[in-house]
Design a protein around this ligand. Structure first.
Ligand code: IMP
Ligand code: MG
Length: 185
Protein backbone atom coordinates (compact mmCIF):
# COMPACT_ATOMS: atom_id res chain seq x y z
CA UNK A 1 0.00 0.00 0.00
CA UNK A 2 1.30 3.45 -0.88
CA UNK A 3 0.74 6.06 1.84
CA UNK A 4 0.36 9.57 0.37
CA UNK A 5 1.85 11.01 3.56
CA UNK A 6 5.22 9.87 2.17
CA UNK A 7 4.94 12.73 -0.34
CA UNK A 8 4.49 15.45 2.29
CA UNK A 9 7.56 17.59 2.99
CA UNK A 10 6.05 19.41 5.97
CA UNK A 11 2.74 19.99 7.71
CA UNK A 12 1.77 23.66 7.53
CA UNK A 13 -1.62 23.65 9.26
CA UNK A 14 -2.41 20.77 11.63
CA UNK A 15 -5.80 19.09 12.12
CA UNK A 16 -6.01 20.81 15.51
CA UNK A 17 -5.36 24.24 13.97
CA UNK A 18 -7.98 23.59 11.28
CA UNK A 19 -10.53 22.69 13.99
CA UNK A 20 -9.75 25.90 15.87
CA UNK A 21 -10.17 28.01 12.73
CA UNK A 22 -13.45 26.29 11.84
CA UNK A 23 -14.86 26.97 15.34
CA UNK A 24 -13.77 30.59 15.31
CA UNK A 25 -15.21 31.22 11.82
CA UNK A 26 -18.51 29.52 12.77
CA UNK A 27 -18.78 31.94 15.72
CA UNK A 28 -18.09 34.91 13.46
CA UNK A 29 -20.68 33.81 10.88
CA UNK A 30 -23.22 33.23 13.68
CA UNK A 31 -22.58 36.67 15.19
CA UNK A 32 -23.09 38.35 11.78
CA UNK A 33 -26.21 36.40 10.77
CA UNK A 34 -28.16 35.35 13.88
CA UNK A 35 -30.38 38.45 13.76
CA UNK A 36 -30.93 38.64 10.01
CA UNK A 37 -34.44 38.12 8.63
CA UNK A 38 -33.01 36.59 5.45
CA UNK A 39 -31.98 32.96 5.12
CA UNK A 40 -28.31 32.09 5.36
CA UNK A 41 -27.11 30.32 2.21
CA UNK A 42 -23.71 28.65 2.37
CA UNK A 43 -22.14 28.19 -1.04
CA UNK A 44 -19.48 25.50 -1.15
CA UNK A 45 -17.06 26.04 -4.03
CA UNK A 46 -16.26 22.60 -5.40
CA UNK A 47 -14.18 20.62 -5.10
CA UNK A 48 -11.57 22.01 -2.73
CA UNK A 49 -13.93 23.49 -0.13
CA UNK A 50 -15.81 20.27 0.54
CA UNK A 51 -14.07 19.20 3.79
CA UNK A 52 -14.03 22.79 5.11
CA UNK A 53 -17.70 23.34 4.30
CA UNK A 54 -18.64 20.03 5.88
CA UNK A 55 -16.85 20.85 9.15
CA UNK A 56 -18.08 24.45 9.23
CA UNK A 57 -21.67 23.36 8.62
CA UNK A 58 -21.56 21.09 11.66
CA UNK A 59 -20.38 23.94 13.92
CA UNK A 60 -23.26 26.26 12.98
CA UNK A 61 -26.46 26.22 15.03
CA UNK A 62 -28.36 28.99 13.28
CA UNK A 63 -30.75 28.05 10.44
CA UNK A 64 -28.94 27.74 7.11
CA UNK A 65 -29.13 26.00 3.77
CA UNK A 66 -26.37 24.65 1.56
CA UNK A 67 -25.65 24.79 -2.15
CA UNK A 68 -22.73 24.16 -4.49
CA UNK A 69 -20.91 25.88 -7.31
CA UNK A 70 -18.04 24.69 -9.41
CA UNK A 71 -15.80 27.19 -11.09
CA UNK A 72 -12.45 26.72 -12.72
CA UNK A 73 -9.53 29.09 -12.66
CA UNK A 74 -6.64 26.67 -12.68
CA UNK A 75 -5.41 24.23 -15.30
CA UNK A 76 -3.96 20.98 -14.09
CA UNK A 77 -0.75 22.53 -12.78
CA UNK A 78 0.11 25.14 -10.18
CA UNK A 79 -0.29 28.38 -12.18
CA UNK A 80 -3.49 30.46 -12.29
CA UNK A 81 -4.82 31.33 -15.74
CA UNK A 82 -6.96 34.28 -14.64
CA UNK A 83 -10.00 32.93 -16.46
CA UNK A 84 -12.96 31.74 -14.45
CA UNK A 85 -15.72 29.55 -15.84
CA UNK A 86 -18.89 28.48 -14.04
CA UNK A 87 -19.00 24.71 -14.55
CA UNK A 88 -21.80 23.91 -12.13
CA UNK A 89 -24.27 26.52 -10.93
CA UNK A 90 -26.48 27.17 -7.90
CA UNK A 91 -30.02 25.84 -7.99
CA UNK A 92 -31.37 29.36 -7.32
CA UNK A 93 -31.92 31.94 -10.08
CA UNK A 94 -32.40 34.94 -7.83
CA UNK A 95 -30.85 35.40 -4.43
CA UNK A 96 -32.67 38.42 -3.01
CA UNK A 97 -34.03 36.41 -0.07
CA UNK A 98 -30.60 35.13 0.94
CA UNK A 99 -27.54 36.21 2.87
CA UNK A 100 -24.84 34.37 0.96
CA UNK A 101 -21.57 33.15 2.46
CA UNK A 102 -19.17 31.84 -0.18
CA UNK A 103 -16.86 29.17 1.20
CA UNK A 104 -13.48 28.81 -0.47
CA UNK A 105 -10.52 26.63 0.39
CA UNK A 106 -7.89 29.19 -0.54
CA UNK A 107 -7.54 32.68 -2.00
CA UNK A 108 -4.53 32.96 -4.21
CA UNK A 109 -4.65 35.48 -7.08
CA UNK A 110 -8.23 36.43 -6.14
CA UNK A 111 -9.55 35.88 -9.68
CA UNK A 112 -11.98 33.14 -8.67
CA UNK A 113 -13.62 35.08 -5.86
CA UNK A 114 -13.80 38.45 -7.59
CA UNK A 115 -15.52 36.82 -10.58
CA UNK A 116 -17.89 34.91 -8.33
CA UNK A 117 -18.77 38.06 -6.46
CA UNK A 118 -19.96 39.75 -9.66
CA UNK A 119 -21.97 36.65 -10.53
CA UNK A 120 -23.71 36.57 -7.12
CA UNK A 121 -24.35 40.31 -6.98
CA UNK A 122 -25.95 40.12 -10.45
CA UNK A 123 -28.46 37.77 -8.89
CA UNK A 124 -29.37 40.40 -6.31
CA UNK A 125 -28.17 38.54 -3.24
CA UNK A 126 -29.28 40.43 -0.10
CA UNK A 127 -25.68 40.22 1.09
CA UNK A 128 -22.54 38.36 0.05
CA UNK A 129 -19.67 37.52 2.38
CA UNK A 130 -16.50 35.62 1.61
CA UNK A 131 -14.97 32.93 3.74
CA UNK A 132 -11.62 31.23 3.08
CA UNK A 133 -9.67 28.78 5.17
CA UNK A 134 -6.33 29.89 3.74
CA UNK A 135 -5.14 33.20 2.34
CA UNK A 136 -1.97 33.64 0.24
CA UNK A 137 -1.86 37.47 0.05
CA UNK A 138 1.60 37.59 -1.61
CA UNK A 139 0.10 36.22 -4.80
CA UNK A 140 -2.88 38.55 -5.04
CA UNK A 141 -3.58 40.07 -8.48
CA UNK A 142 -7.16 41.20 -7.84
CA UNK A 143 -8.22 42.96 -4.65
CA UNK A 144 -10.85 40.97 -2.74
CA UNK A 145 -12.10 41.50 0.78
CA UNK A 146 -12.19 38.29 2.81
CA UNK A 147 -14.75 38.51 5.62
CA UNK A 148 -13.88 35.25 7.38
CA UNK A 149 -10.36 33.91 7.24
CA UNK A 150 -8.65 30.88 8.76
CA UNK A 151 -4.91 31.23 8.20
CA UNK A 152 -2.59 33.45 6.23
CA UNK A 153 0.38 31.66 4.69
CA UNK A 154 3.42 32.64 2.62
CA UNK A 155 3.61 31.88 -1.11
CA UNK A 156 3.82 28.09 -1.09
CA UNK A 157 1.78 25.54 -3.00
CA UNK A 158 -0.18 23.54 -0.45
CA UNK A 159 -2.22 20.33 -0.51
CA UNK A 160 -4.60 18.45 1.77
CA UNK A 161 -7.97 19.02 3.49
CA UNK A 162 -9.58 19.44 0.07
CA UNK A 163 -6.67 21.13 -1.70
CA UNK A 164 -5.22 19.15 -4.58
CA UNK A 165 -2.20 18.73 -6.78
CA UNK A 166 -3.41 17.24 -10.08
CA UNK A 167 -6.61 16.19 -8.28
CA UNK A 168 -4.74 14.15 -5.65
CA UNK A 169 -4.02 14.69 -1.93
CA UNK A 170 -7.47 16.13 -1.15
CA UNK A 171 -7.91 13.33 1.39
CA UNK A 172 -5.12 14.39 3.74
CA UNK A 173 -6.67 15.54 7.06
CA UNK A 174 -4.17 18.43 7.41
CA UNK A 175 -2.62 21.02 5.09
CA UNK A 176 0.95 20.49 3.97
CA UNK A 177 3.62 21.14 1.39
CA UNK A 178 4.64 18.49 -1.13
CA UNK A 179 8.17 17.24 -1.63
CA UNK A 180 9.79 18.81 -4.71
CA UNK A 181 10.30 15.47 -6.44
CA UNK A 182 6.52 14.94 -6.61
CA UNK A 183 6.20 17.82 -9.11
CA UNK A 184 8.76 16.20 -11.43
CA UNK A 185 7.28 12.74 -11.33
P1 IMP B 1 -7.37 32.16 -7.31
O1 IMP B 1 -8.45 32.37 -8.30
O2 IMP B 1 -6.01 32.36 -7.91
O3 IMP B 1 -7.55 32.95 -6.04
O4 IMP B 1 -7.32 30.64 -6.98
C1 IMP B 1 -8.17 29.99 -6.16
C2 IMP B 1 -8.18 28.52 -6.48
O5 IMP B 1 -6.90 28.06 -6.98
C3 IMP B 1 -8.44 27.70 -5.24
O6 IMP B 1 -9.80 27.48 -5.06
C4 IMP B 1 -7.66 26.42 -5.52
O7 IMP B 1 -8.46 25.52 -6.23
C5 IMP B 1 -6.52 26.84 -6.40
N1 IMP B 1 -5.27 27.03 -5.62
C6 IMP B 1 -4.63 28.18 -5.37
N2 IMP B 1 -3.52 28.00 -4.63
C7 IMP B 1 -3.45 26.69 -4.37
C8 IMP B 1 -2.54 25.86 -3.61
O8 IMP B 1 -1.55 26.31 -2.99
N3 IMP B 1 -2.81 24.53 -3.59
C9 IMP B 1 -3.88 23.98 -4.24
N4 IMP B 1 -4.77 24.72 -4.94
C10 IMP B 1 -4.57 26.05 -5.01
MG1 MG C 1 -10.72 25.29 -5.45
Amino acid sequence: MYNIENDVKKVLITEEQIKEAVKRIAEEITRDHENSDKQLLLVCILKGSLPFTSDLLKELRIPCILDFMKVSSYGSGTVSTGQVKVKYDLSYETLEDYDVVVIEDIIDTGHTLSNLLVHLKNRQAHSVKLCALVDKPDRRLVDVHVDYKGYTIPDEFIIGYGLDYNEEYRNLPYIGVLKEEVYHR
